[in-house]
Design a protein around this ligand. Sequence first.
Ligand code: FMN
Length: 246
Amino acid sequence: MTAIGREFLEKTKYKYAAVSDQELGLPQPPLQLTHPEDSDPVELPAPKQVEVKELPLREAIDNRKSVRDYTGESLTLGELSFLLWCTQGVKEVTQRPVTIRTVPSAGARHAFETYLLVNNVLGLEPGLYRYLALEHKLLPVNLVSGVSEQIAAAAGGQDIVADSAVTFIWSAVAYRMTWRYGERGYRYLFLDAGHVCQNLYLAVQAVGCGACAIGFFDDDALNALLTLDGVEQFVVYLAAVGKTKK
Ligand SMILES: Cc1cc2nc3c(=O)[nH]c(=O)nc-3n(C[C@H](O)[C@H](O)[C@H](O)COP(=O)(O)O)c2cc1C
């Protein structure tokens, strides 16, 4: 098994890099997955107008920890809007065009599509949603009851998923990254995910919540639940979020 990891590290060295699709002149893939024109995404409150606790950076970093005990209280839509902004919020779409967001990304490729398992957010029907970062809206994906239990099961039955008010699920659209970086781009997908989750760990403290990263999940089961093919697009990382005791 270790051989695969070592081979990955070796073969993704720049010295093996092939001419990229970008260098070949192929068009850049879209900044975001499309959605049906007749879909009706949920509006989110403007993140900068959401009142959150003022939190000194030093304190936020000092108090960062994985939290697995939640009170069961709901998040407001404003609090969720703030957390989405902190993790994937688009600050600017440049001329090229690329998105500049609240988190860094190799080459500003920003290959993630964020899904949310909503269990307990005021004003949102429980179920699975996709965050439309460009519009700062939420697209309902699967609101059939039982999806929460299925996703929790795919995350190894970890209680934090079922207990969370909301679980963030970050999937990568590989070509958005590999278009520029080829095979090395896979490294950057996983590096990018760390920045996103760290912002969540810090930001949740400003809305009376705690978060816990989740890297333990059944790839095939989770990709299937999100209707991702597991090759072009696949789940990279999750994080559970819930209210904590005051
Ligand atoms: C990549 C990664 C994957 C993780 N996966 C899980 C997980 O599946 N379940 C879980 O309960 N905690 C998970 N954690 C949380 C770690 O267990 C936790 O960060 C570690 O024990 C240190 O505790 P702290 O975050 O409170 O400092 C993960 C953390 C990272 C960074």
